[in-house]
Design a protein around this ligand. Structure first.
Ligand code: GLU
Ligand code: ZN
Length: 485
C-alpha cells in the first residue's frame, strides 16, 4: 500500500481562518493516527488577492498551533511549504499534455456569446452549461477547457465522511481549467499538485464538494490514480448561516489576541464536527490523535458555540495555572503587564493560584479586570452599596463595624500575599459578628465592599491578604469617613 499523505493547502487571501485551522487539524489527526505525512502547500496562483503578509500569518499561525513545523508536520524538503506560484512550468506542461492528447481544447467564445447561450438555456429551464461550440476549434487562443467524455456517466465516489456521493453527468460541462497556457486555474493546479505530491487523502470542507467531480474528471484525463475524498461539515454561525466575519470572529489572530490558548482552541475545533461516543470534552493532543476517526465526523453543519469555547478555554487556564504557573504567566504576561499598576510578578502568580480566583478567567484578556480589586485605586462607591438594603444595615451599625474592623486589623500582622494568614484574618473578622451581635451579612458585606469598592469581588479575607495591612486600614478608614460624613 502506498504511503498515507495528506495536505494543508491554504490560499493566502486573508489572515489564518478558523475554518482552515479546523481542516488542518483534522488532516493532522488523521495523518498522525495513521502514521502518514502531511504536506503544506500555499495555493498562491491568484495574483490579485494573495499577499505575502497573509502567507506569513498563515504559516506562523499553523506553526504556533503545532500543525506545521517541527512539532507537527515537518516543513522542508518533501513536506513543503510548496508554493503554486513556483510551479508554473509544471502546470504548463500538464496543460500541453492535455491539449496534445485532445483531452482539452481552446475556447475563444466571447463573454457575450456565453451569456447568450446561458440565457437561452435558462429560458428553456435547462441546466446552464457550455455548449461545446469550440470543441473542434484548431486555433490556440482563448481559455482552455477540459473535454468531458460524452459517455462518462454520473460521477460517484465513496466519501470518507458522507458515504456514497454522486453527481449527475448532465450537471457537468467542459469547464475551464486555465485562462491561458500560463495561467492555470484551481482545478488544474490542485489535481496536478495532489498527484505530484502523492496525496492519498483529500480531506477538506464541504464547500469543495462541487469541485470534487471536476477534479475526478481531471485525474481521469491524466490517467492518474484517484486520492480518497472526505468532506467536512460546514462551520455555521449561531443562527445556522455559514460562518461569516460579520457575525463571528474568524481569524486565528483575533482569538489569540483575545486570550484564547492555542491548545484550547485546538480542543474546541476538534469538537467542531466530531465527537467521541462518550462525548468527552477535554482532550490532550495525544488523546485526540488516539481517538480521532473520520467515521465519527458529522455530516450536518457544526455550529460555532462561543460559550463552549469560553468554557473549554477556562478549563485550560485552570489546569495550566495549577500545573505550570510559570509557563502560564509567560503566556498571560502580555495581557497583564501594563494593564495592572503593580507588576509584582511573584504576587500576581500567587493571586492567580489562589483557590478564590480559580475559574474566574475564561480568557486571558479577563485577567486585568479580575486583578483590579487588588491593584487598582479604590473606586468611589456609593453609600447604598456598602449599606446594602437587604442586610438591613443602619448607619450606626456600619460605623460600629468599621471601627471594630480597624481595631481588629491593627492588632494583626501579615505580609502582603501571605496566604497562610487567610484563615486567621477570616476568623478575626468573623469575631466582629459575635462581638457586636450582628448577622454575618451585616458585618462581612460592608467589610468586603470597603476593601473592594465593588458589588462583586473575591471574599474579604482574600482581599485583605493581597492588599496588605496598610492598604486594608486605609480602605476601612475611607469607609468609616463615608458613614460618618
Ligand atoms: N486552496 C483551497 C482553499 O483554501 C483548498 C483547496 C482544496 O482543499 O482542495 O479553499
Ligand atoms: Zn468556445
Amino acid at each position: 500500500m502506498s504511503k498515507i499523505r495528506l495536505r494543508i493547502p491554504p490560499s493566502p487571501t486573508g489572515l489564518l481562518h478558523i475554518g482552515t485551522v479546523r481542516t488542518a487539524l483534522y488532516n493532522y489527526l488523521f495523518a498522525k493516527k495513521n502514521g502518514g505525512d502531511l504536506v503544506l502547500r500555499i495555493e498562491d496562483t491568484d495574483k490579485t488577492r494573495g499577499t505575502t503578509a497573509f502567507e506569513e500569518d498563515i504559516i506562523n499561525g499553523l506553526q504556533q498551533l503545532g500543525l506545521a513545523g517541527n512539532e507537527g508536520v515537518h516543513v522542508g524538503g518533501d513536506y513543503g511549504p510548496y508554493r503554486q506560484s513556483e510551479r508554473t512550468e509544471i502546470y504548463q506542461n500538464y496543460l500541453k499534455q492535455l491539449l496534445d492528447e485532445d483531452k482539452a481544447y481552446f475556447c475563444a467564445c466571447s463573454k457575450e456569446r456565453l451569456e447568450e447561450v446561458r440565457n437561452e438555456q435558462m429560458a428553456k429551464k435547462l441546466p446552464t452549461r457550455y455548449d461545446g461550440h469550440c470543441s473542434k476549434a484548431k486555433e490556440a487562443n482563448g481559455v482552455i477547457r477540459l473535454r468531458v467524455p460524452n459517455d462518462r456517466g454520473d460521477i460517484t465516489w465513496m466519501d470518507l465522511v458522507r458515504g456514497e456521493t454522486a453527481i449527475h453527468a448532465k450537471e457537468l460541462d467542459d469547464f475551464v481549467i486555465a485562462r491561458s497556457i500560463d495561467d492555470p486555474l484551481y482545478h488544474l493546479t490542485v489535481v496536478a499538485d495532489d498527484h505530484d505530491m502523492k496525496i492519498s487523502h483529500v480531506i477538506r470542507g464541504e464547500d469543495h464538494i462541487s469541485n470534487t467531480p471536476k477534479q475526478i474528471l481531471l485525474f481521469e484525463a491524466f490517467g492518474w490514480d484517484l486520492p480518497q475524498f472526505g468532506h467536512l461539515p460546514l462551520i455555521l454561525n449561531q443562527d445556522k448561516s455559514k460562518l461569516s466575519k460579520r457575525k463571528n470572529k474568524v481569524s486565528m489572530d483575533d482569538f489569540l489576541g483575545e486570550g484564547y490558548l492555542p491548545d484550547a482552541l485546538l480542543n474546541f475545533l476538534a469538537l467542531l464536527g466530531w465527537n467521541t461516543p462518550d462525548e468527552q470534552e477535554i482532550f490532550s493532543m495525544e488523546e485526540l490523535v488516539e481517538k480521532f476517526s473520520l467515521d465519527r465526523v458529522h455530516k450536518g453543519g457544526a455550529v460555532f458555540d462561543l460559550k463552549k469555547l469560553d468554557w473549554i478555554n477556562g478549563e485550560y487556564i485552570k489546569t495550566m495555572i495549577r500545573e505550570n504557573i510559570d509557563g502560564f504567566y509567560e503566556i498571560a504576561k502580555v495581557f497583564i503587564v501594563g494593564a495592572v499598576s503593580n507588576e509584582d510578578e511573584g504576587l500576581i502568580k500567587k493571586i492567580l493560584q489562589d483557590p478564590d480566583f480559580e475559574g474566574r478567567f475564561k480568557k486571558l484578556s479577563e485577567i486585568p479586570e479580575g486583578l483590579e480589586p487588588l491593584f487598582a485605586e479604590l473606586p468611589d462607591y456609593p453609600l447604598e452599596l456598602i449599606a446594602k438594603e437587604k442586610f438591613k444595615i443602619t448607619p450606626e451599625m456600619l460605623k460600629q463595624v468599621m471601627e471594630k474592623a480597624i481595631e481588629v486589623v491593627e492588632n494583626l500582622e501579615w505580609k502582603k500575599g501571605d496566604v497562610s494568614k487567610n484563615q486567621g484574618i477570616s476568623e478575626a473578622f468573623m469575631g466582629i459578628v459575635s462581638a457586636l451581635e450582628l448577622k454575618n451579612g451585616q458585618v462581612l458585606w460592608p467589610i468586603r465592599v470597603a476593601l473592594s469598592g465593588l458589588e462583586r469581588s473575591p471574599n474579604f479575607a482574600t482581599l485583605a491578604v493581597y492588599l496588605g495591612k496598610e492598604e486594608v486600614l486605609k480602605r476601612l478608614k475611607v469607609a468609616l469617613e463615608k458613614v460618618d460624613g
